[in-house]
Design a protein around this ligand. Structure first.
Ligand code: UD1
Ligand code: MG
Length: 475
């Protein structure tokens, strides 16, 4: 991968984002599973420039917390007096790279290849500035490119300053530019805050460069969607949509089947193996990794979890921070809370909740159970409705269930408690003491059958109803 060691990159991320009507700074809003500004920084890192500087201002500390782990420098712009002002504030930190690539923090769909092509075009054209543009059917909300004819640009006109004729212009400024630093700084020094907001607009530097006889070029982006800026909630939804589509296409290219893809939401770091099938309305989130030949059925939500090969998630499972090994079948309606580990070939059935528990190879928890702070060995069978009582209102306690254990339905295991290998628990037991290996634990009242009790009861009832009727007619 070629380096661009003569290029410094500046990302403008100090603005508030008034049009979003939010208490959160605009560049911190998420689309495609990441804050907007993080997408932009990642695209820039792939360009391998000399340095990346992010201008922060509104909620500076929060923005810094997102970008600094990505190995960038930040500079504080306070107050935020416009995009041109942001450059002036950052000038010292940017240093003396020959070229300066400028990007807004709110246009996150841009790809590294597009940025590299822009830099190349700028260098080849020996321009003072090269602007990345897009031709849009609806250009409203953006600054417009005023061409001189041919490739050259005369000026960028902000929407608020468009004349009636200029409203027809449909080539927009993406706010992504490559400048030759030595030409930019003197031009920017001449820009005055001649607008309604009294801000120094970077866009006005283009007109100044043109007036000085410098070359300003524009490159129309091949995919205009990459230029989408996020000024409104509607823009955010559109950008999120585009990211999600990109991710799904990437997975499909890698051999994953996705049914009704537009209903499936996958975060950017998720990995899915070949021949896995994802049914409609599934969400794969965070750092989830899914193996090969899995089936993730409709309505499942998987967050920060790892699934081995050949796992089947029946509909509507919610899996969080858990490990599911190969060939496991889970659901429908299974819930795995953090630190659950279901080992190879095990089965977790409907309406089963696991928390911080390990289910050993080939073991089954098929129906209606709560299993918390528990270790289950191999090939055990946990009957319907079994509950581990792991909490006494103060503390959590562990339950240890060995291998080949059989627990009858509707048993309560009061922790801390241990069931040895091969033990049985009689259905309906409330187990409060350990059950040794190969023993039967039975902990419930003995059954007594009372002969004829039911028919006697029915006779009594019939007699009682009769007297009730009589007393009504008398009243
Ligand atoms: C800007 C451009 C417009 C372009 C559009 C593309 C200007 C004057 N206009 O308009 O031509 O079509 O982007 O999306 O540049 N920012 C700062 N400091 C400031 C002001 C803004 O860092 O003082 C940052 C914002 O956080 C944002 C970016 O600069 O990330 C652009 O600002 P924004 O207010 O979104 O400008 P637009 O109105 O979209
Ligand atoms: Mg914007």
């Amino acid at each position: 991968m070629t380096k661009n060691s003569d290029v410094a990159i500046l990302i403008l991320a100090a603005g508030k984002g008034t049009r979003l009507k939010s208490s959160l700074a605009k560049v911190l809003h998420c689309a495609g599973g990441r804050p907007l500004v993080e997408h932009v920084v990642r695209a820039c890192v792939a360009v391998r420039p000399k340095k990346i500087v992010v201008v922060v201002g509104h909620q500076a500390e929060k923005v810094q917390a997102v970008v600094e782990p990505l190995d960038v420098e930040t500079v504080l712009q306070q107050p935020q007096n416009g995009t041109g002002h942001a450059l002036l504030v950052a000038r010292r930190v940017i240093g003396n790279a020959k070229y300066l690539l400028v990007l807004p923090g709110d246009a996150p769909l841009v790809r590294p290849e597009t940025l590299k092509a822009l830099i190349q075009k700028h260098k080849n054209g020996q321009a003072a500035a090269t602007i990345l543009t897009a031709v849009l059917a609806d250009p409203s909300g953006y600054g417009r490119i005023l061409r001189k004819g041919g490739e050259a640009v005369a000026a960028i006109i902000e929407e608020s300053q468009l004349t009636a004729e200029q409203r027809e212009l449909n080539e927009i400024n993406s706010s992504i530019y490559c400048f030759t630093a030595a030409k930019l700084w003197p031009a920017l020094a001449e820009v005055k805050p001649n607008n309604r907001h009294r801000e120094i607009y970077l866009t006005d530097a283009i007109g100044v460069l043109n007036a000085k006889g410098e070359t300003v070029l524009a490159e129309i982006a091949a995919d205009s969607r990459e230029m989408l800026g996020c000024n409104t909630r509607g823009d955010l939804a559109e950008v999120d949509h585009a990211f999600r589509e990109r991710k799904r296409e990437e997975l499909m290219r890698d051999g994953v089947t996705i049914q009704l893809p537009e209903t499936v939401l996958v975060d950017p770091d998720v990995v899915v193996g070949e021949d896995t099938v994802i049914e409609p309305c599934v969400q794969l989130l965070g750092k989830t990794k899914i193996g090969m030949r899995c089936v993730v059925k409709t309505g499942c939500v998987v967050y920060d979890s790892v699934l081995g090969d050949g796992v089947v998630l029946e509909p509507h499972c919610v899996i969080t921070e858990s490990r599911i090994d190969a060939e496991v079948i889970a659901g429908p309606f299974a819930r795995m809370r953090p630190e659950s580990h279901v080992k190879r070939g095990a089965k977790i059935g409907n309406f089963v909740e696991l928390k911080k528990s390990t289910v050993g190879e080939g073991s089954k928890v098929p129906h209606l159970s709560y299993v918390g702070d528990t270790k289950i060995g191999k090939k055990s069978n946990i009957g319907a409705g079994t509950i581990t009582c792991n909490y006494d209102g103060f503390q959590k306690y562990p339950t240890i269930i060995g291998s080949k254990v059989f627990i009858g339905s509707d048993s309560a295991l009061v922790a801390p408690v241990k069931l040895g290998d091969g033990a049985y628990v009689a259905a309906g037991s409330t187990i409060t003491e350990n059950v040794p290996a190969d023993a039967l634990g039975i902990a419930r009242g003995r059954q007594v059958n009372k002969k004829g009790w039911a028919s006697k009861k029915r006779r009594e009832l019939a007699a009682w109803e009769k007297t009730k009727k009589h007393s009504k007619t008398r009243h």
